[in-house]
Every structure is written in C-alpha cells, then in structure tokens.
Write a protein that binds this ligand. Structure first.
Ligand SMILES: *Cc1c(COP(=O)(O)O)cnc(C)c1O
Length: 221
C-alpha cells in the first residue's frame, strides 16, 4: 500500500508525506482496526454511528483520527459530533447547522469536509456543483465548524483512468471555492481501493481505502 502511494506521488512530483491514508474500517471488527493501528495507520473511516459505538469500547485508547464518511440522519448528529474527530460527508446547510450546534454543546470545534456529487445520480449522497459555493459559504460562517476541504465518491468504472476527470473536477471545484471565499481548503479526500493512484496524481491529500487494507466486505456496505 505505502509503496504504491509513494510511487503515485513520485509520478506527479508530490511528497508522499502529504497524502494521508484513511483506513475505511466499516464492517470490520475492532480487532482489525487494532491490528492496522499497530501497523501504523492513524486515520480510520466509519459510516455507521451504531456500528462504531459497538466497536469503540474495545478501542478507547486508539491513537487515531476518526472520520465519519456516511449518511447522517438528523437524530444521530449529536452522537456523530461527539464520537468523531471529523465529519467528511456534509452536504446540506441543515446538517451543517445541526453539527455546529452539537459541536457547541461539546465545546469543541469540529472539522468537516463537504461531500460533492459530481454526477447527477439521484441515489447518491453529496451536494451538486451548483450548490457547493453557497454551502461552503454557509459552513464558513458557523462558529464551531472548520471547513477543511472536499470529498467525492465518483461513479464506478472498471478502468481507474476513466475516473480521472472526476478527480480533476473536484480539485478545480476546490480551487474555485477557495478563491471565492478567500480561505484555504487544503483537503481533497478522493480515491478508493481501485483508483487511489489516479486520485493521487490529481492532487488527493487523503485516500480512503477499505478492501485493499482490510480485505473483502462481501455484499455488505
Ligand atoms: C466504503 C467506502 C470507501 C472504501 O472503499 P474501498 O473500495 O473498499 O476502498 C471509501 N469511501 C467511502 C465514502 C466509502 O463508503
């Protein structure tokens, strides 16, 4: 894994140290997270609040940043803000507002990413490109949220090379929003097990890797 990250970074003249590996541990047990942590992994991504609550008692001493990367129902926002170090899947002002209130109650600042939907797939989570700037502006104005950047899950193609235009577009959107708001948005979370090398070549600063670290998830998501 690390060799492939380093090689992809090298091809695009980037320093591998600027690319964080987020182990997507959804569906995998606490033991697997422990093992990956012992091997040096420092970021984990989960997409279900209840699942993480079940695993957490065995991992209270885990030295890692925890990313929430799933859909967040409004009745779980407070728990999410409490349990996770970052929420990477914000896609509406209403959700951002609830997170802001929850972070305020916990007296913490909560870093977030906006999830962008680059293709009009109605089943998909994420804000459209047209709505991105207004959402980013709204989030920037909330006192307890820190907007760090963007995340996308592009459509699936067998050939990773076909995903490249989507990764490029996320970067261009980041540059556009960053310029319009006059703020740095340093994080680009893009690339999964089968296409992370292309994502790195297009500027990913975080790649989210599940199966290539932990093995197959079967049909469960
Ligand atoms: C499951 C998931 C991943 C990891 O996918 P793999 O193909 O197993 O690497 C990454 N990002 C999100 C948002 C996910 O839900």
């Amino acid at each position: 894994m690390y060799e492939r990250v380093a090689a992809a970074a090298g091809r695009s003249g980037r320093d591998p140290a600027e690319i964080a590996l987020v182990g997507v541990s959804k569906t995998f047990p606490a033991d697997a997270i422990r093992e990956a942590s012992t091997a040096g992994l420092r970021h984990f991504g989960e997409n279900r609040i209840q699942e993480w609550e079940a695993k957490r008692p065995a991992l209270t001493d885990l030295d890692a940043t925890l990313h929430f990367i799933g859909r967040l129902q409004s009745n779980k926002v407070r728990r999410a803000a409490h349990l996770f170090d970052r929420i990477d899947s914000v896609d509406t002002v209403a959700l951002a507002q609830k997170l802001d209130v929850a972070a305020g109650e916990d007296e913490k600042r909560l870093p977030v990413l906006i999830e962008v939907r680059l293709e009009d797939e109605p089943s998909k989570h994420g804000v459209s490109e047209a709505e991105l700037l207004p959402l980013a502006g709204a989030i920037s104005a909330f006192p307890n949220l820190d907007l760090l950047g963007l995340l996308t899950v592009p459509p699936f193609f067998e050939q990773p090379e076909l995903v490249r235009p989507y990764f490029r577009r996320l970067r261009e959107n980041r540059d556009r929003v960053s310029q319009a708001l006059g703020t740095r948005l340093p994080v680009l979370s893009m690339g999964m097990s089968h296409d992370f090398e292309v994502a790195i070549e297009e500027g990913a600063t975080e790649i989210r890797i599940g199966t290539a670290i932990f093995g197959g998830r079967g049909s469960q998501e």
